[in-house]
Design a protein around this ligand. Structure first.
Ligand code: SF4
Length: 455
């Protein structure tokens, strides 16, 4: 590979690097929906837990790096229509044979911004949902928040409604960086929301940070880590900034590269740093490495490629553990992803279709992918490698497969390159391997799925 190619590869270019599932989304098709329907109509496999994901697709404004299905222009009436549809969807799913009397093991309110909803909207929504699928005995109920949308009484409502894990989207502390990147919240709102949440005794509070937001530099990143450690959250998740297609930043970058807009002509916030100035991958990895080192010095443990936790015994992330080891999950809401009875499912991804289908009492299924046992095995290997450890004994018991033999070539390659070590049943990523694990996971894929873009 030429030096130029290496440099280009290490630039933060357009596209997703993060591997969220397997096989890649590009292979999920509408034609596979009968398999999704059949999975929903089949009783569950004994011992497989059931979770519920609820997508709340509203935000105060669109962050410039965001590629999720979110709406910033919906009024109170629209929101009411959406929440009614969401409750209807859960009602329809709750009647499906695949539930098989299972209580919910975990619940996740994601977005979008679930905390965009008012306290009364949340109380009404959660009361209705809990009547259909109770979560009082669930091991974890996660709720994502944007700090600027929280008030004390809203957090009180969430606590009363059984939320156990609050995830605050901090991303950065510096006002200018928050502003360049289109975040809606202010630095003071972070401390205020965190203080209320602590006072209310939420069992687990996670803070999200992003390494490599536009305008980031070493000094500020160090300050972000110092400030985060001073707050002493139970868990911290650090993402590395990507430039997926269909974001404000990626559009600006494309225009700039095609010569449509020069830096001098950029119409908005022309004094701001530009998407083309996003730190390269080696720098972002150094920032995450620095953060992990500082957190470890402060008593935290690294629990995955993106997370550190204060107390690994107590602070678990049930949603991730369950999903990555093949649990069922109803993914509800517009464009949501789920997994039921071995079939990946995604809902339709437009507001209109979602509302109309539920109006007709129809599940809003958009596309699916029925996995084979080998797909599921590879999916678990790929996702669990993100925790830094694989136990060959676990796979032997669950799949009857000797992974060290079956995937020898891939493991040997990764070991040779210094990304992991294999010792008996234990396969561990090195710290350097963990920092960039998503770059290396495709080597585990079956050949037909390699090189596919995760967009
Ligand atoms: S708050 Fe989250 S979901 Fe909403 S626009 Fe920003 S990144 Fe996207």
């Amino acid at each position: 590979m030429s030096t130029t190619a290496i440099v280009d590869q290490e630039k933060t270019g357009l596209g997703n690097y993060f591997i969220a599932n397997y096989p890649p989304f590009a292979y999920w098709k509408k034609d596979f929906l009968p398999a999704a329907q059949a999975a929903l109509d089949t009783p569950p496999v004994a011992g497989v837990p059931l979770g519920l994901y609820l997508h709340i697709p509203f935000c105060r404004k669109r962050c410039k790096f965001c590629y999720f299905r979110v709406y910033t222009d919906k009024n109170a009436k629209d929101i009411e229509v959406y929440l009614d549809a969401l409750v209807k969807e859960v009602e329809l799913l709750a009647r499906k044979p695949v539930v098989g009397g299972r209580p919910l093991h975990y619940v996740y309110f994601g977005g979008g911004t679930p905390s965009y909803l008012s306290a009364s909207q949340l109380r009404s929504l959660m009361t209705r949902l809990r009547e259909i699928m109770p979560w009082q005995t669930a091991s974890e109920v996660t709720f994502e928040c944007e700090p600027g949308t929280l008030q004390q009484h809203k957090l009180e409502t969430l606590r009363e409604m059984g939320v156990t894990r609050l995830s605050l989207g901090v991303e950065n502390f510096k006002p200018e960086i928050l502003q360049y990147n289109g975040r809606a919240h202010l630095e003071d709102e972070i401390y205020r929301a965190f203080g209320w949440a602590r006072d209310l005794g939420f069992p687990q509070i996670n803070l999200d940070l992003i390494a490599g937001m536009v305008g980031e530099d070493w000094d500020n990143w160090k300050q972000c880590i110092t400030k985060t450690i001073a707050m002493a959250p139970d868990c911290v998740t650090i993402y590395q900034m990507e430039l997926p297609y269909n974001t404000v930043f990626s559009k600006a970058l494309r225009d700039e590269e095609s010569g449509k807009v020069s830096l001098e002509q950029a119409p908005t916030e022309s004094a701001s740093p530009h998407a083309s100035q996003i730190a390269d991958w080696p720098t972002k990895r150094e920032w995450v490495q620095y953060a992990f080192d500082e957190f470890v010095k402060a008593g935290y443990s690294v629990s995955s490629a993106t997370t550190v936790v204060k107390n690994p015994e107590k602070t678990r992330f049930v949603y991730r553990e369950a999903l990555w080891t093949g649990a069922d999950m109803f993914g509800t809401g517009v464009a949501s992803f789920g997994h039921v009875g071995g079939v990946h499912i995604q809902n339709v991804d437009t507001w209109e279709q979602y509302i109309e289908m539920l109006d007709r009492d129809e599940l809003p299924l958009g596309r699916a992918f029925p996995t084979t046992p080998r797909d599921r095995l590879i999916r678990e290997i790929v996702l669990l490698l993100k925790t830094g450890h694989l136990d060959a004994g676990y796979f032997r018991k669950k799949y009857g497969v000797e992974i060290s033999t079956e995937f020898r070539t891939a493991f040997e390659k990764l070991e040779r390159e210094g990304w992991l070590t294999v010792a008996g049943d234990r396969i561990d990523t090195t710290r350097a391997g963990l920092m960039q694990i998503d770059r290396h996971l495709q080597v585990m894929f079956d050949p037909q799925y390699r090189g596919t873009r995760y967009a």
